[in-house]
Write a protein of this length. Structure first.
Length: 333
């Protein structure tokens, strides 16, 4: 099992050979021509003047003219992560998403799914847990085709409700499982309708998790931090993810024992609803905006209204440009 984990890591290591550095890194290192080539690849069809404007814009935001040693600058950047309002809001968003991702209970379910299915009476719990894991893989692939078309915020608002529903159904099904009248322990078999409902509810939960917070937590983390605090910010967010994972992994079986399985899954459903409130009131859809634009949006608020205003302005600009071209074509005719 440990060796199998090396396969995807090896594939990723190989394909990294064709992954270029980011334009911001190249411009910061004085490799403007390399940055232009990457930008032409990203913005296919762009004019040379547009790329030059982009290079100048990136240089303005990434060029470090501050005095001091590298260590002194690093200390200032770390402080600015908490003292600069836009950076602090970015940190809250990134850490919040990563916390939601873990406290929704997914990794506990993955770690102990075979144990859960054994409790409810399935004869081959490992094979059943592989069905749940396979659902996660398939829906993750589906997410890649949806995340930019639908938008991060819309997907999260919808899928966190779905996660809560799946967990609540699972909690109810656990409550109604048949029990031994003498010991009170679960005495169901895999063919019991409530056991089957537990399997179905966990598949529903995993589907919505993979479509939403399971992926968007990492996507959102990569979109909110400006260049100078990017390393510190992503490090803090990733530490939040694995710190929460440690808490869940070490408490899940205890919760199942002390709170009953129904209580444990109901508790995770409640955390998903809290995550839904976090997204509803704080998380803007930042897809399509540059890192510099994101810093501007987060400078005064969490930017839910501002991102909508900017998207509408861009949409109107596109309509005006289309109208202008149509008028020019009619004049030629």
């Amino acid at each position: 099992m440990v060796g199998i984990g090396a396969i995807p890591a090896g594939i990723q290591c190989i394909i990294l050979y064709w992954l270029p550095e980011s334009p911001r890194y190249m411009i910061r290192k004085g490799r403007d021509e390399d940055a232009r080539r990457v930008l032409f690849t990203i913005y296919s069809g762009a004019q040379a003047a547009d790329i030059e404007e982009k290079v100048a814009y990136i240089r303005e935001f990434t060029e470090d003219k501050r005095p001091g040693t590298k260590w002194e600058k690093a200390k200032k950047d770390f402080k600015s992560l908490y003292l600069v309002p836009s950076n602090l809001r970015a940190l809250i968003l990134a850490c919040g998403l990563q916390g939601i991702q873990q406290f929704s209970g997914f990794n506990s379910l993955m770690y102990f799914s075979a144990t859960i299915f054994k409790i409810v009476g399935f004869e081959n719990p490992t094979a059943v847990s592989l069905i749940v894991a396979g659902t996660n893989f398939v829906m993750t692939c589906v997410t890649f085709t949806m995340v930019d078309r639908i938008g991060r915020r819309r997907i999260l608002i919808g899928t966190l409700w779905g996660c809560s529903a799946g967990l609540l159904i699972c909690a109810v099904a656990f409550h109604y499982l048949p029990r031994d009248p003498n010991t009170g322990e679960i005495s169901a078999t895999g063919s019991n309708r409530w056991a089957i409902l537990i399997l179905v509810s966990q598949i529903i939960y995993v589907m919505f998790y993979a479509l939403g917070i399971g992926n968007i937590a990492w996507v959102g983390q990569s979109e909110v931090f400006p260049y100078n605090v990017r390393g510190f910010g992503t490090g803090m967010a990733t530490a939040t993810n694995w710190g929460a994972n440690l808490i869940l992994g070490s408490t899940f079986l205890t919760m199942m024992d002390r709170m009953t399985p129904s209580g444990a899954f109901g508790f995770y459903a409640g955390l998903c609803l809290l995550g839904w409130l976090f997204v509803l009131f704080l998380f803007p859809d930042l897809s399509g905006f540059t890192l510099e634009e994101v810093a501007e949006i987060l400078s005064t608020s969490f930017g839910i209204g501002e991102t909508r205003r900017r998207r509408e302005a861009l949409r109107q600009l596109g309509q005006d440009e289309k109208r202008r071209r149509q008028e020019a074509l009619m004049d030629k005719v």
